[in-house]
Each structure stands twice: as C-alpha cells, then as structure tokens.
Design a binder for this molecule. Structure first.
Ligand code: DP6
Length: 355
C-alpha cells in the first residue's frame, strides 16, 4: 500500500533576528526572535512524502530518500534532516504502539520530494519554509495531530531542522521564545497575533542579488558567538526589551513603533556581523542605498512609510502598510529602474493567514 501526503509551508522574515546558538545540536538560540509569516502566494515550499508498506518496496529501497527541486540529496547520518525524520518516526511509533490497528508506517522508508516556488539561491529563507514543510507533511502522513501532537510539539522538531523553521509552523506574527531548559522543551514558537489581526501589512521583497550568500548562517552565527562582544550586549540588554516593545506595537498595530524596532534590529544584526572576527558582510552597495532611500522617504513623510530588514544576504524586505504600497513601489522603481528590467517580478507582497 502507498501512503502519501503533501503540504506547503510559508517563508517567514524576522523583525527581531535570531543569530547565535547556545546549543548547536538541539538548535537552541541565544536570544528570542520574532517574525512575520508571509502569504504562500509568492514564496512557499511544497513537500510530498510517500511511504510504501509492501514488502517489495522495503527490500528494493530500504532507506529514506530526499529530492530537493528535482535533485536527489544525501540524508547525512546524524544530520539535521535525519534527526527530524527520527523524531517524527518516534512520535508515530508511540501512536502505533497504542493503536494496534494502525498501519506500521514508522518501520518503512520514506521518499520525500520538496520544491520551492522561488530561487533557493536568492537566500530568501528557503531553509525555514523547506524544513517546516517537511515536518507538516510528515505530521499529516503519520496522522499525528489526530493523536494529540500539537503545533507546538511540531515546532520543537522543526527547530531542530533549522532554527528559523520553527516560526514557519504558525501564520501571522510569531515569536520564538528562546527558553531556558537544556533539553529545549521550552524553546518553541508561539503566535503573537494571527495574520488577520493586522492584514494590511505587506512585505515587499527587493531581490538585490540572486547569487548564493557568502557565509552560510549556521557557520556565521557560531563565529559571532565565539568572537563578538557586541552580541553579548545585544542578547542581555537589547533583545528582551525589544521583544516586548515590538509585540506591543503589533498588538496595537502601531506601524511607527514596529518600523523603528524592525530597522534598529536589522542594523544591530549587521553590526554584530561586522563585530565578528573575521568580519561578515551581508549588505552590499545596493542594500545600503535602499536603507538610505527608505530613511529619506520616512524623514520626508514625517512618519514611517516603510521598514527595511535584511537577513544573511543583500536582499531587502520592506514592510509597508497597504495604503503606502504603491508609493513605495514607485519610489523604488524610480531610484532603481534597472530592477524592473533584470527581475521581471521582483516584488512579492502580502501577508495572509496560513492554514
Ligand atoms: C538571519 O535558521 O537559517 O535569517 O538554525 O543554523 O539553520 P540555522 O539558521 P537559520 O538562521 C536564520 C538567521 C536569520 C535571522 C532569522 O531568521 O531570525
């Protein structure tokens, strides 16, 4: 018999950045973070998992296999994907032990195919949507939710695939509480507000470069933990208060405050990268020109019209209220006319509830 499930998962873009691990194998962060989950219309990962329980399938193909965007990838033993698969299997195993009538899916290999509808190379949080799509798909295949496994349990497993993935298990405005326990049980994503709470917030993605990023985030953040004094200041004296202020701004739909905190946090994240030895550079001249443009637009308007934020790469994400989307697009295209030519569809916009 063939059992199969398919799910999609969205990208999330942090406004308070996760950068640093206190436990690299369980993926426990040095600070809490907060992100906005984008609608799946433009950016999403789609994953199908298949489990074949007939005896021939196990004898001819006894191992788990994974295809990313059509190419088969190795599942490294002891690696993150293998760990996620083992965690999901063990949840299913417990359910099978309690319900003898259920098919024994946990003892059969999985074939998993995943694809993004955006270029992985552009560094647009592909790991977050990819890993959360994997966990959501296996949860459906194994029918875990019907047997009492919560979204929060799943986010704990997604976290072990890629830290930021735990936030993509929820739609809307999502915090990842750093937690204190050594086993990571309290390091989970929680919803701050559903997307419907503030539906007129849009995300514009300006693809400055679709080249693969220089320093991968996993390696970069460990170098920062090992060498940056500024990171210690950020962890202790900046992020806790910022998490409170930005959560309040979201609850009150206060865009000025939201924009202030978002831009300050992006700036501090990149300052921390520069404080790393050797230094890490993610922004380029175009990224910096976009920062100047947004700063000038906000100053001239006497209010926050747009908020920029940058992850581990040069591409800008601008958070903008619906009433200002056209204005911001016009201004960006006026200053960067070549962007329309080189990237026919450079903008993905919209925040929507995700199922
Ligand atoms: C800059 O989640 O990709 O996007 O846990 O090592 O897989 P790993 O790192 P990852 O790091 C994301 C870093 C960031 C900030 C953020 O999304 O909060």
């Amino acid at each position: 018999t063939v059992y199969q499930a398919t799910c999609t998962a969205p990208v999330n873009i942090a406004v308070v950045k996760y950068w640093g691990k206190r436990d690299t194998s369980l993926i426990l962060p040095t600070n809490s973070s907060l992100s906005v989950t984008l609608s799946q219309d433009h950016l999403r990962s789609l994953t199908t998992a298949r489990c074949i329980t007939s005896s021939t399938s196990t004898s001819t193909s006894p191992r788990d296999r994974l295809w990313l965007n059509g190419d088969e990838e190795d599942i490294n033993e002891g690696g993150r994907t293998a760990r996620c698969l083992a965690e999901m299997r063990s949840l299913r195993q417990k359910i099978e032990a309690d319900n003898s009538s259920l098919p024994k899916l946990s003892s059969h290999p999985l074939h998993i195919a995943s694809e993004n509808n955006f270029p992985t190379a552009a560094g647009l949080a592909s790991s977050a949507s990819g890993l959360s799509a994997l966990i959501a798909t296996l949860a459906r295949l194994y029918d875990l939710e019907a047997h009492g496994v919560s979204q929060s349990d799943l986010s704990r497993i997604a976290r072990q695939g890629s830290g930021s993935a735990c936030r993509s298990m929820f739609g809307g405005y999502v915090a990842w509480e750093q937690g204190e326990r050594a086993d990571g049980a309290d390091s989970v994503a929680v919803e701050v507000a559903p997307a419907s709470h503030w539906p007129d917030l849009h995300a514009l993605i300006l693809v400055v470069s679709d080249k693969k990023k220089g320093t991968p985030s996993t390696a970069g953040m460990q170098r920062t933990v090992a060498t940056s004094a500024l990171l210690q200041h950020r962890i202790k004296h900046v992020v806790p208060e910022r998490m409170d202020r930005i959560s309040r701004a979201i609850r009150e739909r206060d865009f000025d405050q939201f924009a202030l905190e978002t831009m300050a946090d992006s700036n501090q994240f990149h300052a921390v990268c520069l404080d790393t030895v050797p230094p890490i550079f993610y922004l380029n001249d175009v990224s910096r020109a976009v920062i100047q443009l947004v700063t000038e637009l906000n100053r001239a308007s006497g209010r926050a019209v747009a908020a920029y934020t940058y992850d581990a790469g040069p591409n800008a994400v601008l958070y903008v209220q619906e009433k200002d989307v056209k204005l911001v697009l016009d201004v960006v295209l006026q200053y960067f006319p070549q962007s329309a030519a080189s990237f026919p569809d450079p903008f993905a916009t919209g925040v929507a509830p995700t199922g």
